[in-house]
Design a protein around this ligand. Structure first.
Ligand code: SF4
Ligand code: FES
Length: 251
């Protein structure tokens, strides 16, 4: 069979709230070549078969984090997953697990964004500093403390992989805890106190049950499970420090 004659069955879990009360599977036969991503397969369906198919994407190069979906049960970026990997098919595609579906493959990311905002994902200067004082200097060792965790693209794949978030969506969750650590570990930052409150809370770091699947699915090798472990150490230190300080105050 020539390259252009190849085709694969893509089964998509559809949800159009105006016509379905529950999501339903729909099957499409998609012609493909070996260089086509799953996202391109969906675009083929949208362009040539059913223009109502709805999904998110932007960069098509694993940078924007918007094309995450469940592909044969695994959270993946559809722009960096290739149709050829699933030949002869079928491929089953669903919206990211553990999030409410808005339409077809689009989920409501509102809760995730709220969690993200709550940890103040930006540098909070330790003290006011005039522009004339120049840039904040940092050694390579200081950079190394947080660099890996700064690669997060907010794709939410780790949330779809996290059984704890599936059970309790109040859990702060892997990606946001990794970003929290990214800022707390930055030598230029002074916001640790405010973030520790979220970290130490019941729904913070101690809700993690250490399954580790979050790190397995992360497309940017952020290793959120490692960030969560480091956060646990910091939280424990914080607890003992507070204990010692409060005992000192009483004596
Ligand atoms: S930690 Fe990885 S999987 Fe989780 S949101 Fe960030 S980039 Fe995506
Ligand atoms: S389209 Fe941007 S990460 Fe896939």
């Amino acid at each position: 069979m020539s390259e252009l004659q190849k085709s694969i069955e893509i089964q998509v879990l559809r949800f159009r709230p105006e016509q379905e009360s529950e999501p339903v599977w729909e099957s499409f036969n998609v012609p493909y070549t070996d260089d086509m991503s799953v996202l391109q397969g969906l675009q083929q369906i949208k362009d040539d078969q059913d223009g109502s198919l709805t999904f998110r994407w932007s960069c098509r190069m694993a940078i924007c984090g918007s094309c995450g979906m469940m592909i044969n049960g695994k959270p993946e970026l559809s722009c960096q997953t290739f149709l050829r990997e699933f030949a002869p098919g079928p491929i089953r595609i669903e919206a990211l697990a553990h999030f409410p579906i808005e339409r077809d493959l689009v989920v409501d990311a509102g809760l995730f964004v709220k969690k993200l905002e709550s940890i103040k994902p930006y540098l909070i200067p330790k003290e006011p500093r005039a522009l004339s004082e120049g840039e904040y200097l940092q050694t390579p060792e200081q950079l190394e403390q947080y660099e890996q965790f700064s690669s997060c693209i907010n794709c939410m794949l780790c949330y779809a992989a996290c059984p704890q978030f599936g059970l309790d969506n109040g859990f702060t969750g892997p990606g946001v805890l990794a970003l929290l650590h990214r800022y707390n570990a930055d030598s230029r930052d002074g916001g640790r106190g405010a973030r520790m409150e979220i970290l130490n809370a019941e729904e913070g770091v101690w809700s993690c049950t250490a399954v580790g699947y979050c790190s397995e699915v992360c497309p940017k090798h952020v290793d959120p499970a490692n960030a969560v472990n480091q956060n646990k150490v910091n939280s424990a230190k914080d607890y003992f420090l507070n204990l010692v300080t409060s005992r000192g105050d009483q004596s």
